[in-house]
Design a protein around this ligand. Structure first.
Ligand code: SAM
Ligand code: SF4
Length: 325
């Protein structure tokens, strides 16, 4: 069984948001002071999530990433991870986190079956970190070092690079990742919601960053296991791999293999589009497994050919934290 969209792309990967809440306020993601969250009664329960993921695995999806908002804000997340990791056909369960609560949970997440994690970190300068996120850098570093100590591997650091905000931190981030054996991935700013659109003022084409790094480092083409869209290079003479995620300057929609499920059960076909399908009401009305599989197949056909971040930056009104970035 496989899920193939109308453009012949095979969908193998589900990004699963478990909450739209977050304990940080990265300015490009969530508005300062924002608290207009989803109602708890609308959150999918763990049973409902497990049912949907089971349906996806029946349809050939083998990778799931837990995300949010901040997924570790959702109570008992390791319990959910354990249930999902046990599903037949699910080979790869990963987590995207801001790491504020990682020190406390890294070991139980590993034991639950999380194989790899991505951590958002835009700078290793504590003052800048505070400005960007409103949070404390030391908690993140503590979380990262604990994750490394308990053997989560690989650990990928996701850095949204913004001109005049943190583009001059790229070399420090590179050294930090080299020292700690983390993979470093640069991401271009996307116009998601008002916050993302405002942050586009700081947009920088990552090809510029690559060209700058090439003056100091020899960068060799590399590959990295994982279901993501990053293009990788390796710093010669080291183990450090660097990924470039370029949704704006060089989109990768023709190889897109993923869809996203929000914490309230909305299936989004594309980060840069409003095409969606509401699964929660169907679950709560008692839909059968067969019908759920068929609904997911039908929904996949809504997946657009490509995002329109460049052509219609005003299009996506929801914040990244709502979709499950
Ligand atoms: N809270 C977790 C975290 O920060 O990793 C998971 C959710 S967060 C929405 C997922 C990723 O989306 C993060 O790496 C974040 O930097 C990225 N992100 C959020 N808003 C963005 C934007 N406007 N453009 C590009 N990336 C964005
Ligand atoms: Fe929270 Fe992640 Fe968004 Fe930052 S990027 S505000 S950590 S959800």
């Amino acid at each position: 069984m496989s899920l193939i969209d109308q453009y012949n792309r095979k969908i193998k990967y589900l990004r699963l948001s478990v909450t739209d809440r977050c304990d940080l306020r990265c300015f490009y993601c969530m508005p300062n002071g924002f608290d207009d969250y989803d109602e708890p009664k609308d959150w999918l329960s763990f049973d409902e999530i497990e049912r949907i993921v089971t349906s996806f695995t029946r349809l050939g999806v083998s990778s799931v990433r837990l995300t949010g908002g901040e997924p570790l804000v959702r109570k008992n997340l390791p319990e959910l991870a354990k249930r999902l990791a046990a599903l037949p056909g699910l080979d790869d369960l990963s987590l995207s986190t801001n790491a504020t609560r990682l020190a406390r949970h890294a070991e139980e997440l590993r034991d639950a079956g999380i194989s790899r994690i991505n951590v958002s970190l835009d700078t290793v300068d504590p003052v800048k970190f505070k400005k960007i996120t409103q949070g404390k850098l030391e908690k993140i570093i503590d979380g990262l070092l604990t994750a490394k100590a308990v053997g989560l591997d690989p650990i990928k650091i996701n850095m949204v690079v913004m001109k005049g905000v943190n583009d001059d931190d790229v070399e420090d981030m590179l050294k930090f990742c080299l020292e700690n054996n983390f993979t470093l991935r640069f991401i271009e700013t996307m116009p998601m919601g008002d916050t993302g659109r405002d942050a586009v003022d700081y947009y920088i084409d990552l090809h510029e960053i690559e060209a700058r790094l090439e003056k100091s480092y020899e960068l060799l083409p590399a590959v990295m296991a994982g279901a993501g869209p990053a293009r990788y290079v390796q710093v010669a003479g080291t183990n450090l791999k660097i990924g470039f995620i370029t949704p704006i300057s060089q989109h990768f929609c023709d190889t897109c293999n993923r869809v996203r499920l929000s914490a309230t059960g909305t299936l989004y076909m594309c980060l840069g589009d409003e095409h969606k399908y509401e699964l929660r009401p169907l679950l709560r009305q008692g839909i059968s497994d067969n019908d759920l599989d068929q609904v997911i197949r039908d929904a996949i056909n809504l997946k657009p050919l490509k995002h329109e971040f460049n052509e219609k930056p005003e299009k996506v009104i929801r914040f990244m934290s709502k979709t499950g970035g």
